[in-house]
Structure formats: C-alpha cells, structure tokens
Design a protein around this ligand. Structure first.
Ligand SMILES: C[S@@+](CC[C@H](N)C(=O)[O-])C[C@H]1O[C@@H](n2cnc3c(N)ncnc32)[C@H](O)[C@@H]1O
Length: 216
C-alpha cells in the first residue's frame, strides 16, 4: 500500500534520480512472470536504498528476502571497493532468475545469494559474520525472530532497515480481537526496536513504512 496519492508518488519519482534501464527490465519481467510483484521495492525505494548505501559505505550487508534481486542490485549500485552483500531467499524457484539478474548487472561478484530459510541460514552459516547494514524484507511473522538473530551481528554504528513496518496501516488497528499473525509480529517488532536502548530508531512513512535504526 502507498500512503500518498499515486500522482504525488509519480511526482516524487519524476524528481528523483532515474531508475536505470536494467532495473526497469527486472521490474517489467517481475510483473510479467511472478506472483505478487508488488513485493519488489521499485523506483523510489530502490533509489533511497542506493543513497543510504552511498552515505554509509557499509563493508558488509545482509538482506533477508531477495525476491527477484531488485533491492540487492540497488544496494550493490551504491557499494564501493571490496564490499559485498549476503542475500537470503527461501524460494528456490527464484534462484535462476535472481542469478540471471545479477549476472546481467555484472553484480555476481558483489552479491552472494543463499537459498534457504533465513533463520536457518543465519544460525548455521552466518552467525560469525558481522554486518554494517541489514535490510529485513522477508516473511512478516518472523520480523521479531530476525531482529533477535541479527542484533548481535551488527557492528557499532551499523544500520538496520526494515520494510513494510506499517503493513498497509494494519499496525494501528491491532488489538486482542485482531490476531492476524503478520500484523501482530510487525507491531511486536516495531515496539521491540523502539524500546531497545542500543538503537536509535526512526520510522518513515515511505511506501509501506520503512524503519531505519542505528546501532549505538
Ligand atoms: C518482499 S519480498 C522481497 C523483495 C525484495 N527485497 C525487493 O525489494 O525487491 C520477500 C521475499 O522474502 C522471501 N521469504 C519469505 N520467507 C522467507 C524466509 N523464511 N527466508 C528467506 N526468504 C523468505 C519471499 O520468498 C520473497 O521473495
């Protein structure tokens, strides 16, 4: 869901940096071939992610939820030197599409794709890694789990970015009668990170809501 009028969103996009052609093509292909293509970050959020990477210059990035690779490629555009991205996707049918997209963008050396369940991959393969930025954009009911798993993998000064934290506005409708698992989990994630004194946190109403938190 977008919280601003489509015309205003179009205006924001038209006065932001252009979406490169190769990303327009991934966008087009995702909408032609995938279920639920609205999951893809898109022009505005993609340019936002790239700019954050350029500002913070993280050496190591972890993305949870690759989908067709759009957001990983936006982040890779902002990287310099020997930095790289670990990205995790549970849907193995997406693997050839993601790898083809990374290859077309010459990003294969910079992005390491892990296929499997994010919690298992973090616990089994990545638990001794340290990250300067983590982007959480996978299954919503596991946001609190991901926060627990990654908070000790973040270097001091690292950023945690989480997408869909407003969950189409449902987060303000949650109560004891509304037991929608995803809404409750996102609300718990939002409460937990806001109350955690080891983070400085801001929640922004971009697209479906993005939280940016800096580990102190
Ligand atoms: C919102 S999409 C990611 C969009 C992508 N970050 C982008 O902006 O283009 C969420 C992705 O998370 C994946 N996913 C869901 N549950 C997962 C899990 N437990 N572990 C890893 N990936 C998961 C889904 O298959 C889906 O491709």
């Amino acid at each position: 869901m977008n919280f601003i009028d489509q015309n205003l969103l179009d205006y924001c996009e038209s006065y932001s940096s252009d979406e490169p052609e190769y990303l327009k093509e991934i966008h087009r292909q995702t909408y032609l071939t995938q279920i639920n293509p609205r999951m893809l970050s898109g022009h505005l959020q993609g340019r936002f992610l790239k700019l954050i990477i350029q500002l913070c210059q993280p050496k190591r990035i972890l993305e949870i939820g690759t989908y067709t690779g759009y957001s990983a490629l936006c982040m890779a555009e902002g990287l310099s030197g020997d930095s790289f991205i670990d990205t995790i996707e549970v849907n193995e049918e997406l693997e050839p599409i993601i790898l083809k997209n990374f290859e077309k963008a010459n990003a294969k050396p910079t992005i390491h794709l892990h296929i499997g369940n994010a919690s298992e991959i973090i616990l089994n393969n990545l638990k001794s890694e340290r990250y300067d930025l983590v982007f959480i954009d996978a299954d919503k009911q596991n946001y609190p789990v991901y926060f627990d798993l990654i908070k000790n993998l973040l270097n001091p000064g690292a950023l945690l970015i989480a997408d869909n934290v407003l969950w189409s506005g449902k987060v303000i409708e949650q109560n004891e009668l509304n037991t929608d698992q995803e809404t409750m989990a996102i609300h718990l994630f939002n409460k937990t990170i806001a109350a955690d004194n080891s983070f400085e946190t801001v929640m922004l109403p971009i697209r479906d809501g993005i939280t940016i938190a800096r580990k102190k």
